[in-house]
Design a protein around this ligand. Structure first.
Ligand code: HEC
Length: 137
């Protein structure tokens, strides 16, 4: 075997090992996923909404929905209103859905990123997590 040939063989072996690891990984994470979706006893009914919120909304609306001043990546400064008091409590779900779908006043539109179900889950999540314990005036 020439040196060149052995390099090719070694590369091929490496590729085979890497591919084997990858397949293992995907099959085990698929198993984890199907466990999750079939499990009716999920302790957190908002698990999905919570992770969407963390990913898409938290940077502006805050960990606890408190809002506040934020600085975006492009340097824009925004004053994000709180979900916990004031007009957020008076606005109905339909206003929320419209705001999430279309965005506006500094908030991006999510109609291309989220499904209506995801948005409705987010609204329930906001009502429950950030507003359930505050009295509606
Ligand atoms: C770039 C910052 C930003 C992101 C990201 C963002 N928002 Fe907003 N959001 C705002 C601002 C600013 C307002 C206030 C708009 C206004 O004054 O009308 C707002 C308003 C809202 C309102 C209306 C509240 C009310 O008082 O009626 C809802 C509901 C809302 N956001 C939900 C979300 C959800 C859910 C996400 C994630 C999917 C999200 N927002 C992501 C900035 C953001």
């Amino acid at each position: 075997m020439t040196k060149r040939q052995s390099v090719i063989v070694a590369a091929g072996l490496l590729l085979a090992i890497v591919t084997a690891c990858k397949t293992n990984q995907t099959s085990s994470s698929q198993a984890a996923n199907s466990n999750r979706s079939s499990g009716q006893s999920t302790p957190d009914q908002f698990a999905a909404a919570r992770s969407t919120y963390d990913k898409e909304c938290k940077s502006c609306h805050g960990q606890n929905g408190e809002g506040g001043p934020v600085k975006l990546e492009d340097g824009t400064k925004l004053k994000v209103p709180t979900f916990r008091e004031g007009h957020a409590l008076r606005h109905p779900d339909s206003d929320y859905l419209k705001q999430i779908t279309k965005g506006g006043d500094g908030m991006p539109a999510f109609e291309k990123k989220l499904t209506p179900e995801q948005m409705n889950d987010l609204i329930k999540f906001i009502r429950q997590e950030f507003q359930a314990r505050v009295a509606v005036k």
